[in-house]
Design a protein. Structure first.
Length: 335
């Protein structure tokens, strides 16, 4: 279970084997600690007891902290989680050779294929009901596939030599993808296109909030796989920037966050704003749908795994790849 807490003024404590949420001394929720995998504190004015923090660390329950806009700013986890160094040594060395190029290309490939899969998913329900939108989506997917094919021609001895061309392909495909999203939701809400930091419209605010939840999930998977979160390949190094988390997140954005947010809008669910940020109810609605999506099952090599487990599997594949023990192939969801 992944618990998201965003109500201002609540207190998270521990009672026996349970996490207890209190609002002004009134217990509003109790969760057995054995059922918890992660806790995400998404807002201000929320406090935690030291006893709860220690219990979570000992049980391997990660605690994430997000701003009310969905930007991660802290994580509490046991330092022993990263107690081995062999994987991280190989990860650092991989930046200097073709392993880094292979991973970066795979992350972009996975992102583009999953974006196309999401558009195909929504298009199949519109083939008869809305032929005009279906036609737009088909054209967008074909454009994205042509752009994605250019990845095959990008080669180089290390990631620094190919990062520019990779981002160029990713950027052109992204323009097409968001044009498709606009065709899907433009009749219901005003959506001028994708905005990241500082977004004040409902759609981008909902996406950014959902990405924050996904980002925390990926970061946890990276840590558990024994990887260094700040040593990425596609995203450049910068102090305080968890580049590998951003790299791996690219594979999952469309399937884990875009799809449920688009579904909310197309089904008529209002995403309400309070000034320039989501209301508490809107944040809760986005969080519930993203967490539900993480529990959806997918067949991977003959096994049924939740999307949450798929993320962990991909992180472990990255670790195995840099150690020379396995190939890395991006996960692509169905439609």
């Amino acid at each position: 279970m992944h618990l998201v807490v965003d109500q201002y003024g609540v207190f998270l404590g521990k009672k026996s084997e349970r996490l207890v949420v209190r609002d002004q001394n009134r217990v509003t929720q109790e969760v057995p600690l054995r059922q918890l995998e992660q806790i995400t504190v998404a807002g201000g004015g929320i406090s935690l007891s030291a006893d709860l923090i220690r219990e979570c660390v000992e049980r391997g329950i990660q605690i994430n902290f997000l701003t009310s806009g969905g930007r991660p700013y802290a994580k509490i986890t046991s330092p022993m989680t990263t107690g081995t160094v062999a994987t991280r040594r190989e990860q650092i060395l991989a930046y200097l050779d073709e392993r880094g190029v292979t991973l970066a290309k795979a992350f972009v490939d996975g992102k583009l294929r999953n974006q196309a899969a999401v558009l195909k998913y929504f298009a199949k329900y519109r083939k008869t009901a809305d032929p005009a939108t279906y036609g737009v989506l088909q054209d967008v997917v074909e454009e994205m596939e042509r752009t994605r094919a250019e990845l095959d021609g990008i080669t180089g001895p290390c990631i620094d030599e190919v990062r520019g061309p990779l981002f160029a392909v990713e950027g052109r495909a992204a323009q097409a993808y968001w044009k498709g999203v606009q065709a899907l939701i433009g009749q219901r809400v005003d959506f001028e296109g994708r905005e990241r930091r500082g977004a004040t419209d409902p759609v981008n605010s909902a996406l950014n909030y959902g990405y924050g939840i996904l980002y925390a999930q990926v970061w946890g998977a990276v840590i558990l796989a024994g990887l260094e979160a700040f040593a990425g390949f596609l995203h450049t190094d910068r102090p305080g920037k968890p580049s590998l988390v951003l790299d791996l997140t690219e594979e999952f954005r469309a399937q884990v966050v875009d799809r449920p947010v688009i579904a909310m809008i197309t089904k008529g669910t209002a995403i309400e704003m309070e000034g320039e940020r989501l209301t508490e109810g809107a944040r809760r609605g986005v969080a519930e749908r993203v967490l539900e999506r993480l529990e959806d099952h997918h067949t991977v090599e003959g096994k049924k795994l939740t999307l949450r487990a798929v993320i962990q599997r991909q992180a472990r594949l990255v670790a195995a790849f840099v150690r020379g023990e396995d190939k890395y192939k991006p996960w692509v969801g169905g439609w």
